[in-house]
Design a protein around this ligand. Structure first.
Ligand SMILES: *[C@@H]1O[C@H](CO)[C@@H](O)[C@H](O)[C@H]1NC(C)=O
Ligand SMILES: *[C@@H]1O[C@H](CO)[C@@H](O)[C@H](O)[C@H]1NC(C)=O
Ligand SMILES: *[C@@H]1O[C@H](CO)[C@@H](O)[C@H](O)[C@H]1NC(C)=O
Ligand SMILES: *[C@@H]1O[C@H](CO)[C@@H](O)[C@H](O)[C@H]1NC(C)=O
Ligand SMILES: *[C@@H]1O[C@H](CO)[C@@H](O)[C@H](O)[C@H]1NC(C)=O
Ligand SMILES: *[C@@H]1O[C@H](CO)[C@@H](O)[C@H](O)[C@H]1NC(C)=O
Length: 773
């Protein structure tokens, strides 16, 4: 399911209606009724939770008429930290409930998608070396020992070697979670300490008539995605992990000694929706209660208003309880404004490459050689084979375009047998093209990138010998085939190459800013490895997710921001182990201000599509550097009050905010969103000049920091004061930035400010949108 089909994160396909049919005269849909937070205090018991459920029940009853109807309607009652419920209601009932004085918002039980290339265009493969925190952070943070990290995903394959618990001590007593057993024999251990599944929101969307089987009543992973992400977060050391012999080495997660838990909220797609808000909120509510320390979510949907976004709401509650929430940015790049999970209390992660490639060199008879990539087997013989442009192998009833793309049914086997078929990338999954080629009797396949995918190469577990080449090289192969009557070619079997350059390169698929909900907050926040990542897989599915593919592998390569997100979650686990007193905002700041924007050639990071210079709209503050994040010097910290100011600015009124937060809070008269103490700066539109204040907190030793500015053409930036002296740990100091137009221009400009004491570099990108003057 994850291989082959490419996954364009089609925002338009967010169909916001459910298909639940009840009485013929009224269509019911599943809704979330959000009512803020609970304040249970210590010594809370199940009886308290039952009382909450009772109040939800009474509330619904007063709108739907009877106790029976209320009972039938409610699918979840959120009782622990998040206050609210999910229920199947008529539009009118939902609208009425929205006016209830205790209700913050009512919104549809929306579906979301996993952020891997489970999809119609981008495919997947990889592993962790070159990215995993170096020995020193591992050692200092005791490999994340006893920190509890969880994901919300497709569940887990508990028998995977990545989740073995050899050498692990008893489970920390603060853990209140559980392992839901099932008929599949799912068992937890001292490594995998918790597993729960949440399917009521999914079933409500599917409708009462949908037929479901036992695969819906288990936390077992039938897709592979959840096992992959959880093992990337905190899989144990597994020596000799490889994919078809490639990338052989020790696999381990970012926090290899952390305890892991999974909350299964994603199920087989329904109209492209896999993970539903009602289930996501239920999972968060339980995870906070169970005692997780870090939460990782490799899924997302259309970026919407925060109070109508179940994930954003739930993440706010987790963040308030000191639990950092890390989310993938999405795979809808390079389209501008495609980034999801944009709330400022989420750490949002884009995807970029590692310095590892799986090279398959393509050779033409005319002597030309091109660097391709693949995870397939070798051609049967070491000799040149005839090449055929798929357009020339078109079946009689099909279009040239369909044949060029190697769509199913478009290729005539008579013309292809024994040859290397040359296909153009796009429209369907990359491995699906290798299936078409295999079924047509081709001996191999060369997959040529289209213009949009440019230089982005992904090593897929193709079904026959294959090599994927970039756009420019593809054009050369097509030209060669045009130039001669009997074109012939060959490609090498894949070889693992390390320390390749340049790396990292932004993945073309990684979703981009600007942030469409709050343009003043730069998203994504950072980038991390998300191309060709090797991690654990589910043995319920084949590496291509094609039914006839009987291969089963314990490890597989996958690509997507789904894969970069758990890398950051693993590092957050280490930082949380090392600095248990740091707030989620401090941890996030540490990761952001120490990120790098240059690649391993020392030049600015490139963008994988066209190899242009990547910008903060693609990588945020840059590529994570875990070793530096453990000692950032200074952080931009945030309090709950800062978040509430942010909500005032975002247009929510005091009544709503008080319900949302459970706090007694007053919106200040005037708020400048640019004062919001975020570790990056974005000024969406600049007219003449603007000033704002940020504050830094010392988390290192006493030191004096001075500022240096990177000022883009057409602007002036000044900082006041430009020296900050910190005498104590925990001390906070503010500074004022003034950004002024000196020469009007419309292009987005990129600058920055760096505070340094000679040892630490605390770097903040400054993004200035349309400069108007
Ligand atoms: C259960 O449902 C899943 C998803 O619809 C399907 O792939 C699987 O084959 C079914 N299993 C059984 C035992 O029917
Ligand atoms: C992987 O490496 C291990 C340890 O170096 C070695 O024993 C094993 O044979 C290797 N496996 C493959 C498939 O190369
Ligand atoms: C080409 O492919 C599309 C999409 O699969 C299909 O709808 C169409 O019928 C195919 N054939 C032709 C001749 O366009
Ligand atoms: C063309 O014929 C093939 C083989 O019969 C079939 O699979 C395909 O769907 C047909 N395409 C169109 C556009 O009719
Ligand atoms: C190859 O020939 C085809 C058909 O004449 C033409 O459309 C295409 O542009 C040529 N490609 C190259 C790269 O020369
Ligand atoms: C706050 O906003 C809600 C929702 O828009 C509205 O119903 C309510 O009247 C507002 N309250 C105040 C005090 O403005």
């Amino acid at each position: 399911m994850w291989y082959g089909k490419h996954f364009i994160f089609l925002l338009l396909s967010f169909i916001l209606f459910s298909v639940f049919h009840a009485p013929a005269f009224a269509i019911k849909k599943s809704y979330i009724v959000y009512m803020g937070s609970h304040d249970h205090g210590k010594g809370v018991t199940d009886a308290d939770f039952d009382r909450v459920t009772q109040t939800h029940h009474e509330l619904v009853q007063s709108y739907v008429g009877s106790s029976e109807k209320a009972k039938e309607a409610i699918i979840y009652s959120y009782t622990r930290h998040i206050n609210g419920f999910a229920a199947i209601l008529e539009d009118e009932e939902a609208a009425d409930i929205a006016k209830h004085p205790e209700v913050v918002s009512v919104f549809l039980n929306k579906g979301r998608r996993l952020h891997t290339t489970h999809s119609w265009e981008f495919m997947d493969l990889e592993r962790n070396d070159g990215v995993i925190p170096s020995e020193s952070l591992f050692r200092k943070a005791r490999y994340g020992e006893d920190t509890i990290i969880a994901n919300l995903d497709t569940g887990v394959w508990p028998e995977s070697p990545s989740f073995r618990d050899e050498g692990m001590e008893v489970i920390p007593s603060r853990w209140k979670g559980t392992c839901q057993h099932d008929i599949t024999g799912f068992r937890c251990n001292r490594k995998l300490i918790g597993a729960r599944y949440f399917n009521k929101g999914y079933i409500a969307y599917a409708g009462a008539d949908a037929k479901f089987n036992s695969t819906l009543n288990t936390a077992r992973d039938y897709e592979g995605h959840g096992s992959h992400t959880l093992s990337t977060i905190g899989g144990a050391f597994v020596p000799g992990a490889n994919v078809f012999g490639m990338g052989n080495g020790t696999a381990e997660g970012g926090s290899p000694k952390a305890r892991l838990a999974t909350y299964k909220v994603c199920w087989p797609p329904l109209d492209g929706n896999e993970c539903f808000d009602a289930d996501i909120i239920a999972a968060f509510d339980m995870a906070i209660y169970d005692g997780v320390d870090v939460l990782s979510l490799s899924l997302g949907g259309l970026a919407t208003d925060y109070f109508d976004d179940g994930l954003a709401i739930a993440a706010f509650h987790a963040n308030n309880k000191g639990i950092p929430v890390i989310c993938s940015a999405g795979n809808s790049g390079p389209t501008p404004g495609s980034v999801s999970n944009v709330a400022p209390w989420i750490l949002t992660v884009g995807a970029s490459t590692l310095d590892r490639e799986f090279d398959t060199i393509v050779q033409l008879h005319n002597g030309q050689r091109f660097k391709g990539t693949s995870l397939s087997r070798a051609l049967p013989e070491n000799k040149f084979y005839p090449l055929i442009n798929a357009a020339d192998a078109k079946s009689a009833n099909e279009s040239v375009l369909n044949a060029t793309l190697c769509l199913r049914g478009a290729i005539d086997p008579e013309k292809v047998r024994g040859k290397i078929l040359v296909c153009l990338r796009g429209s369907i999954a990359r491995v699906e093209k290798s299936l078409v080629a295999l079924e047509a009797g081709a001996v191999g396949m060369i997959l040529c990138n289209d213009m949009l995918s440019g230089n982005e190469l992904i090593a897929d577990p193709h079904l026959l010998p294959a090599s994927q080449i970039n756009y420019e090289d593809g054009v050369a192969v097509y030209a060669y085939m045009n130039s001669t009557k009997n074109p012939v070619g060959y490609f090498d079997p894949p070889k693992t190459k390390l320390q390749t350059k340049p790396a990292p390169v932004m993945a073309a698929f990684s979703s981009r800013g600007p942030n469409t909900v709050t343009p003043e907050i730069l998203k994504p926040d950072v980038t991390a490895p998300g191309v060709n990542i090797i991690a654990a897989y589910s043995e319920a599915v084949s590496p291509t997710d094609m039914a006839f593919d009987k291969r089963r592998v314990p490890f597989i390569t996958m690509s997507g921001t789904s894969m970069s997100c758990p890398h950051v979650a693993g590092v957050v686990g280490l930082l949380k182990t090392l600095h248990p007193d740091w707030s989620p905002a401090a941890i996030k700041s540490a990761i952001m201000t120490t990120a790098r924007t240059r690649d391993n050639t020392g030049k600015p990071m490139l963008d994988g599509g066209d190899y242009s210079k990547a910008t903060p709209l693609a990588y945020g503050s840059g590529h994570i550097r875990p070793n530096r994040a453990m000692d950032p010097g200074l952080v931009y910290d945030l309090t709950t009050h800062d978040y509430l100011h942010f909500l005032c600015f975002s247009g929510y009124n005091q009544t709503q905010i008080n319900k949302f937060s459970g706090a007694d809070y007053r919106c200040p008269g005037v708020i400048n969103i640019l004062d919001y103490n975020y570790p990056s700066v974005t000024i969406p539109k600049l007219y003449s000049s603007v000033s704002f204040t940020r504050r830094l907190k010392n988390v290192g030793s006493p030191a004096t920091y001075s500022a240096s500015l990177k000022v883009p053409a057409g602007l002036s930036i000044t900082v006041q004061p430009n020296v900050l002296k910190f005498d104590n740990i925990g001390e906070e100091k503010s500074f004022k930035l003034t950004v002024q137009v000196t020469r009007p221009g419309k292009a987005t400009a990129f600058g920055g400010i760096t505070w340094s004491d000679g040892k630490h570099q605390v770097r903040t990108p400054i993004v200035v949108g349309g400069v108007r003057g």
